[in-house]
Structures are given as structure tokens and as C-alpha cells.
Ligand binder design. Sequence first.
Ligand SMILES: CC(C)(COP(=O)(O)OP(=O)(O)OC[C@H]1O[C@@H](n2cnc3c(N)ncnc32)[C@H](O)[C@@H]1OP(=O)(O)O)[C@@H](O)C(=O)NCCC(=O)NCCS
Length: 324
Amino acid sequence: MRARIAGTGSYVPERVMTNADLERMVATSDSWIVARTGIRERRIAAPGEACSDLGMKAAERALEAAGITAADLDLILVATCTGDAPLPSTACLIQHRLGAVRAAACDLSAACCGFVFALAVGDAYVRTGFRHVLVVGSEVMSMLIDWTDRNTCVLFGDGAGAVVLSPTEGEQGILSSHLHSDGNLWDLICVPGGGSRMPPSEKMLAEGLQFIKMKGNETFKVAVKTLEEAAREALAANHLSVADLDLYVPHQANFRIIKAVADRLGLPMEKVVLNMDRYGNTSAASIPLALDEAVRAGRVKKGNLVLIEAFGSGLTWASSVVRW
Ligand SMILES: CC(C)(COP(=O)(O)OP(=O)(O)OC[C@H]1O[C@@H](n2cnc3c(N)ncnc32)[C@H](O)[C@@H]1OP(=O)(O)O)[C@@H](O)C(=O)NCCC(=O)NCCS
């Protein structure tokens, strides 16, 4: 017994922020952003539009695609680092609004790797007897952005994606997941303030410590290395080769990172799902959003072998192989 992905869904806020908009805010250019990242535009949540609002819409679409109702859910996991509030969990807010009365619900914090970690946890629960698990990745990254910092403000966007996991005994499903962390690299990407180490204060806000700080260049190098390793690890665990893969759904942080990993693996770019040009890096939402678009575009067929993988703050990196 293991979990298969029975349905996918996604949602992005209406407001589009283009690179041209950013040119009017910081010293940057559309050509620099496109050449260095592959990003052309990103979505930004409306004032008052929170993580659960985005996640809820993605969840409804995933439930519809899976052909089940919220009442069928046993567990709801929400991967996010931008939840509605410290308490309660965003998962409980989504549970309430969906009417998933039987489901346990909690959030999972692993930054951009959150969805892959949550998928592995959901799969583990299905293997122990849970029937339907909803896994949501939802982020309002715009709340963590310093719109005067060109090193970070061009990279991120808001959005949500979701999958429904259901049990299967057949060939389909999540074949294996591989999760890694190295807290030694915690300061490559971090938000210094707003938690118990540095609670909100006038000084903290004045210094902008509620915003993302990132060592971009160092992160880039670690990302390429860990993503290649995690891909090879996942394939080896299932006695598969790169040539067996039908689709690669990587975390959408930077086109150059993804291209470097694909080149090292010898994977043709036609097999790679890319949507960072329209959404930027949506952290935990990035993979389920890209996966849902690929599914709805007919790029994933029954029996296909799909590799998903992410890296992010922590530092964390993770991969998963799915037989569709
Ligand atoms: C951030 C990133 C795009 C920067 O690209 P890079 O090729 O590494 O560029 P560098 O950091 O070496 O900076 C090169 C120059 O561009 C400048 N620069 C940085 N951001 C800029 C921007 N938005 N517009 C124009 N110039 C910019 C830098 O100041 C630097 O100028 P200098 O040479 O005069 O000092 C890239 O490092 C990256 O994507 N890293 C990974 C980040 C990531 O994925 N984070 C999320 C993880 S989940």
C-alpha cells in the first residue's frame, strides 16, 4: 500500500507584477532579471488576501479533480512559511472553511522544500491506513519581501497548489521520497525577525529584519549540487535511470539552476516543467503549482514516471519519484 496523487489543483492571485513594474521600484532591469533568473512576472496577493485564501482555492480544485469531498479527508497538511498567523495553523483554517470535519490538520515548515516534505509525510500516513490526505503548498511571499532590496524582491511571488493523496496497491503512486537538511547553512536564506529570537519591535521593523535576507550566489551553488544528488539518489533507490524519466518538476527558483541540474543529469529540457517566467519563486507552492499546470496541460499520462525535487531555506533539499 502507498499513496498515489489522485487529484491536483492550484490558484494564483489576480494581480500581476512585471519586471517593468520592478524597474520603477529598484535599480534593476527586465533584461537582468530574465537573463539571471528566467522570471518575467509574478503574482501578488491583494491586501487582506491571506495564505489560507489561496490554499483553499487550490484545495477545492484538487478535491474536485480527485472526485472526493472534503468530508472524505482524514488529514490536511499545509506547507507554508507565510501562514495567516502564528496561531492557529493555516491547515485548521482551511479545514474549517472546506468543512473537512473528520480531518486532522496541521502546518509543516520546511520553506521551499515544504511541499516535498509534506508529500512524504502524507504518503507515510496513507501507508499506515489513512485514506485521503490533502497536501497544500500555499505562500504569500510578498509579505516577507523588502521592496527596496533588488537582491531578493525580483525573485519571489505568491500562489498555491494542492494534491489529494489516496491509497493504491497498484503500480502507481509515490515510489519513494528522500528528505535532507543541513542546519549548518541556516544563514544562506533567512528571515531574522518576527519569531521568538527577535519578537516584533519598532527597532526590528525599522531595521527591516522581518524581511528575507539571502546569500544568492552561495545558495545557487549549493542548490545545483544538492538537486543533482537528490535526483540521483531517488533514481538509484528505485533502480531507475535518467532516461526512464518522463517529466521533471523542480522547484521554480531560477531557470539557470534548473538548466544546470538538467545538464548535469543529461536530461533534455523538453522533459522539464517550467513556469517561473510567470510566477517566480512561490516557495512551498512552487512544485504543486507547476505539477497542476502540467497535469491540466496533458503533459502527465498514466504510467509516466515523474521526478519532483526542491531545495530551500534551512538548508533543506528533497526529492520524490512518482509513477502517475
Ligand atoms: C540571486 C541570483 C539571481 C543572483 O544572480 P548571480 O548571477 O548570482 O548574481 P550575483 O549575486 O553574483 O550578483 C551580480 C551583480 O548583480 C547585481 N544584482 C543583484 N540583483 C540585481 C538585480 N535585481 N538587478 C540588477 N542587478 C542585480 C549584484 O549587486 C551584483 O553586482 P556587483 O557585481 O556590482 O556586485 C542568483 O544568485 C540566484 O538565483 N541564487 C539562488 C537564489 C535562490 O534560489 N533562492 C531561493 C532558494 S529557495
